[in-house]
Write a protein that binds this ligand. Sequence first.
Ligand code: FAD
Length: 321
Amino acid sequence: MSILVYIENIEGAFKKSAFEAISYAKAIGELTQQEVQALSIGQVDETELNKVGKYGVGKVIRVNTDKLSQFQNQAYAAVIADVARQVGATSIILSNSFSGKGLAPRVAAKLEAALIDGALELPTISGSSWEFRKSVFSSKAIATVETSAATKVITLNPNTFEAKEADTPISVEDFQPSVQDKDFSIIIKDIVRATDKVALPEASIVVSAGRGMKGPENWGMIEELAEILGAATACSKPVSDAGWRPHAEHVGQTGLAVSPNLYIAIGISGAIQHLAGVSSSKTIVVINKDPEAPFFKVADYGIVGDAFDVVPRLIEALKLK
Ligand code: FAD
């Protein structure tokens, strides 16, 4: 029995959430006395692979064939399941990223495994019973689930488990997966990055703004604040509906669910549908001119004030640091 952690890369660079998944897998390995192996699919160079060792996992299985150089849901799921069978993995861990959300159910179906999606912390293990806390209903609630399945596929919510460094030398083993033509029913020919900005689902700081900004012409200060903080930008639904911001930035019940370390909400009322996607943020800062705005009820820090006064002053203060 062992643990397999799939480490996701973008253009050859592992994602931050991949290192969180490694640390999570390692912690489960310590709880269960099982070895952890990491699986990398696609073209990743030696320097990047060495980073896996920096987070304490020494064995990396590399699958790098031309056909698998681009992310393909079905094919990658087939590879992960194939490797899991070959190494006798009974826990398969992925990040609950956009790709992980697509892969995990497929891998679970192939392995006839239990699927625990959106785990928030380490399981409580008692004999064969594993109990997890996981987010449900767009992070509006937390469910406690229990499984005694022999094989488990677990996805970890980004930003919920700290990636801990623990230097270990790595050994890389190349693996030839048995993928078939039917695993490539959709072929991705090219992926072009829409933006070089910090990716919203994984960002540890998010600067988000709503209708209180009055119009798209006022987003300069939001972008400037985000840039200074190394943050991603987000918005409320009416803002993206109005075309002030791209739909990819819409967070909430019908948009993305995010759980950054810091969520700064500017000119957003805090409607329940918005909170559904952001309430698992570790620290929430609200800037709103209405002291009765519902967002203040869930805020860790609040500033009652006009965004057009507060945000520029915040930017100036941060520039002085
Ligand atoms: P408003 O409600 O108009 O609030 C603007 C806020 O800005 C106010 O609190 C105001 O006091 C403040 N303000 C105004 N001027 C300033 C200023 N100068 N300085 C500081 N503060 C200022 N919404 C989402 O965001 N995400 C979702 O996923 C989502 N899904 C939905 C699904 C359904 C089925 C439904 C029915 C609704 C959904 N909504 C969603 C919409 C949601 O109900 C709210 O209407 C929306 O979140 C409000 O957006 P807002 O806070 O930007 O705008």
